[in-house]
Design a protein around this ligand. Structure first.
Ligand SMILES: Cc1ncc(COP(=O)(O)O)c(C=O)c1O
Length: 426
């Protein structure tokens, strides 16, 4: 097949994909500036792991880590790594928790066969995946119909000497709120004081790590809190880089278990690696650095504030039209709107999502909350850089119209219901 034909063939297939400009489901970046796109395209051949051949890319990774460590108030010299996304960062961070726990137990002459990890039902699926893949008992705090994040009172009954760590979320996938990280840190300090158990706290800041420092700089969730030993963040979410780039940052070098670092020299120079993957592109590391130097703290603040203002405008319109209640709009939250239908409708959130997609092609997900709040249905619209204020007005109008259609015709047919997507999107 000729190159042109092959390209057309692939392009033709892709026409059927969802339109990123109407994708309100994903947290992941769908647009970057042309200069960033050029940088990415020009560096696609570069294998990031070849540190001997591409030492500057490796240096740029280290600079990004130092900038993030500074942003997250690390007390001194630290360490970390670039990953494929938050999932890889979480796997590596949680492995380090497991190894450090083993070291503590062995030093005390205690058994190492029953590790457990404590987290809430509000976490991303990757935390359960880690537990299954790496043989750790998940101790999951269940949600309630009126409580979608966790706090110290939920964590306390689950912590014991086999707890490798507690994971708390900054900006949940479901409603965009934060667990009570200050409260959990205080609890872990009290347990250290009273029982001598030093249980580390990992913050899953996949989305929140690029939002809280700019929208809520005085809110403490990072290394300002003593028990926070490691943090993951997705560069490809609010870090504003295309997929896939994530970051793992430790509080101190000693928080990374040395046993997990491998040294090899077959690419031309002895190199330390702490990754689940090996070969991977350098482009997204360079694109992250581009954003850091292009935007700086001030620029990220401007972008986050613009998204937040647009999210608030959408929230106000949805509330005014009388069909929806907002979920936790008065709390610190990612730039999104989480909402549910008011009582007494003949249709549900899945119907609205379906109708809106049929009428205007918006992808605005509906889903049920995790146990024990599984009866609660939620809709969630990400308000990203690409959703302008004018588009917010149009979207609010389109949601109204979808509701009007449903008022007249009732909910979706069972055949249609059968085809509806029920995941929160990523
Ligand atoms: C809170 C949270 N943690 C982890 C992840 C997984 O991140 P990634 O897609 O970067 O692997 C997500 C993705 O949506 C998330 O929202």
């Amino acid at each position: 097949m000729a190159a042109l034909d092959a390209m057309r063939l692939v392009d033709e297939e892709l026409v059927l994909e969802g339109d990123p400009w109407r994708n309100l489901a994903t947290f992941v970046t769908t647009w970057m500036e042309p200069e960033a796109q050029r940088l990415i395209a020009e560096n696609l051949y570069r294998n990031f792991i070849d540190h001997a051949e591409y030492p500057i890319s490796a240096e740029i990774e280290q600079r990004c880590i130092r900038m993030l460590a500074d942003l997250y108030h690390a007390p001194g010299e630290t360490t970390g790594c670039r990953t494929q996304g938050s999932s890889e960062a979480i796997m590596l961070g949680a492995l380090s928790l497991k190894w450090k726990w083993k070291e503590r137990q062995e030093a005390a002459g205690k058994p190492v066969d029953k590790p457990n990890l404590v987290f809430g039902g509000d976490v991303h699926v990757v935390w359960e995946k880690f537990c299954r893949y790496f043989d750790v008992e998940p101790r999951i705090v269940r949600l309630r119909e009126d409580k979608y994040v966790i706090g110290p009172e939920d964590v306390e009954p689950h912590v014991d000497e086999n707890t490798i760590g507690v994971a708390a979320v900054l900006g949940t996938t479901f409603t965009g709120h934060a667990d009570d990280i200050v409260g959990i840190n205080d609890l872990l300090l009290r347990i250290k004081d009273e029982q001598g158990l030093d249980v580390p706290l990992h913050v899953d800041a996949a989305s929140g790590g690029f939002v809280w420092p700019f929208l809520y700089p005085h809110s403490e969730w990072d290394f300002r809190l003593e028990q926070v030993r490691s943090i993951n963040v997705s560069g490809h979410k609010f870090g504003l880089v295309y997929p896939g780039i994530g970051w793992l940052v430790f509080r101190e070098k000693a928080d990374l278990a040395e046993d997990l670092v491998f040294y090899e020299n077959y690419l031309g120079k002895t190199d330390a690696t702490f990754t689940l993957n090996f070969s991977t592109g350098a482009s997204m590391v360079l694109a992250q650095y581009y954003n850091f130097v292009r935007l700086g703290r001030e620029g990220y603040t401007v972008v986050m504030q613009a998204m937040e203002q647009n999210a608030k405008a959408l929230a106000a319109k949805l509330e005014d039209n009388g069909n929806f209640d907002l979920i936790g709009a008065e709390k610190e939250q990612l730039p999104l709107v989480a909402f549910k239908l008011r009582e007494g409708k003949d249709y549900d959130e899945f119907d609205v999502s379906w109708q809106l997609s049929a009428e205007r092609g918006w992808m605005l997900p509906a889903y049920t909350m995790p146990p024990d709040a599984q009866e609660v249905k939620v809709m969630r619209a990400l308000v990203k850089e690409t959703l302008s204020r004018a588009q917010v007005d149009r979207l609010a109008g389109d949601i109204d119209e979808a509701c009007e259609t449903l008022e007249k015709k009732g909910g979706a047919h069972p055949q249609e219901r059968h085809k509806m997507k029920r995941s929160p999107g990523y």
